[in-house]
Design a protein around this ligand. Structure first.
Ligand code: RRO
Length: 344
């Protein structure tokens, strides 16, 4: 069975819903040695700032149970070198580039968006307002609805029409739907959900923090349930707003979980450090997982986990409620209590 894997994000069509994740694959050149990056939905580049930046003190990475802490601190070459080298490479290669931008002020973000105007290869802008590895929490714009909204409004204004602007949200907030709504009200065309969670590891031998930057962003399978919960809450609050979902995706089944929660596309991140072919494998596995479940189109699965429960029938004699498939086949379910398909 063939599955139509195309997905549309704020009016822009992508051939499939699997993207790289910002910060985990630079601008795609290295991954292109392992598979053809043009076969992905798109390549999301490492967040770029106006000026070159060396980032935080080392060590910058620490393994954790089922995850990883990073404290890179926005290392990068700055926008001009990025445009000359990385975006040009992506455009020449024929890849769809989603450029992630980060700044220390609203003006920084606006200037970055301005520099991206009219650039070949640019499919979308991801506004990173949620990097946990900045000097102060006050710089995490995604933790405050007003600050988030000011950044997004400035980027939307400076970005050419037709290029979607996605705001990348932090899970480290009380109400992610409130921040999501503020971003959309300010002009965000979609939302990237989620960035890493703020974490800390202490080396019990040196009895000091493991990371040079002390705190770091937690990613990998450990955060997947948090990410799926965030996608679910954002989709529930804003069902018409496209979501690029991410956080601990390693397999096609993981990706499907995000799609069912409400993501129209997914980013595959941390797992590429161990398996550089992961994004293309996840795409194949997601296609197969959809086919196995009888989907002709990816889009039919987006948000499907939000559908209301199947109507229940109460059988007065046993006090059982039959649901879903069990209604078609009530005999075995009653004969074999506990065999599934019903709930007390
Ligand atoms: O560069 C980083 O340290 C970093 C960034 Br920009 C981000 O958005 N998320 C993260 O975990 N690390």
């Amino acid at each position: 069975m063939t599955v139509d894997m195309t997905t549309t994000l704020a009016g822009v069509e992508f051939p499939n819903p699997v993207f790289t994740a910002s910060g985990c694959a630079a601008a795609g050149q290295e991954l292109d040695q392992f598979f053809d990056v043009t076969e992905l939905g798109g390549v999301v580049t490492k967040s770029i700032m106006l000026a070159a930046r060396s980032g935080r003190a080392t060590p910058r990475m620490a393994e954790t149970p089922s995850g990883m802490l990073n404290s890179i601190g926005l290392q990068g070459p700055g926008i001009e070198a990025f445009l000359d080298k990385d975006l040009t490479w992506l455009a020449d290669r024929g890849a769809r580039a989603v450029v992630s931008i980060a700044g220390g002020s609203v003006e920084d973000y606006a200037s970055l968006a301005q520099r991206l105007r009219g650039r070949p290869g640019l499919s979308m802008v991801e506004v990173n307002i949620s990097c946990p590895n900045v000097e102060s929490r006050g710089q995490v714009f995604a933790c405050d609805p007003r600050a988030a909204s000011e950044v997004v409004a400035a980027v939307r204004k400076a970005t050419e029409p037709g290029i979607p602007v996605f705001a990348k949200l932090s899970p480290d907030v009380t109400d992610i739907a409130e921040i999501a709504r503020a971003c959309v009200d300010a002009g965000a065309d979609g939302l990237s959900v989620i960035n890493t969670l703020l974490g800390l590891a202490i080396d019990v031998d040196t009895m000091r923090p493991v990371l040079g930057g002390i705190t770091g962003g937690l990613s990998g399978p450990a955060i997947r349930p948090v990410a799926v919960r965030c996608v679910w809450q954002v989709h529930q609050a804003l069902p018409d707003v496209p979501i690029l979902g991410m956080g601990g995706i390693r397999t096609g089944r993981d990706a499907l979980e995000f799609v069912l929660a409400g993501a129209s596309a997914v980013s595959v991140g941390t797992t590429v450090f161990g398996d550089p072919t992961a994004p293309i494998r996840v795409l194949d596995e997601l296609r197969q997982a959809l086919a196995d479940r009888g989907f002709a189109r990816l889009q039919d699965a987006v948000g499907l986990a939000h559908r209301p429960p199947e109507p229940a029938v109460v059988t007065p004699d046993l006090g059982l409620e039959l649901t879903g498939a069990a209604l078609d086949d009530a005999e075995p379910a009653i004969d074999a209590p506990g065999a599934g398909g019903y709930a007390r």
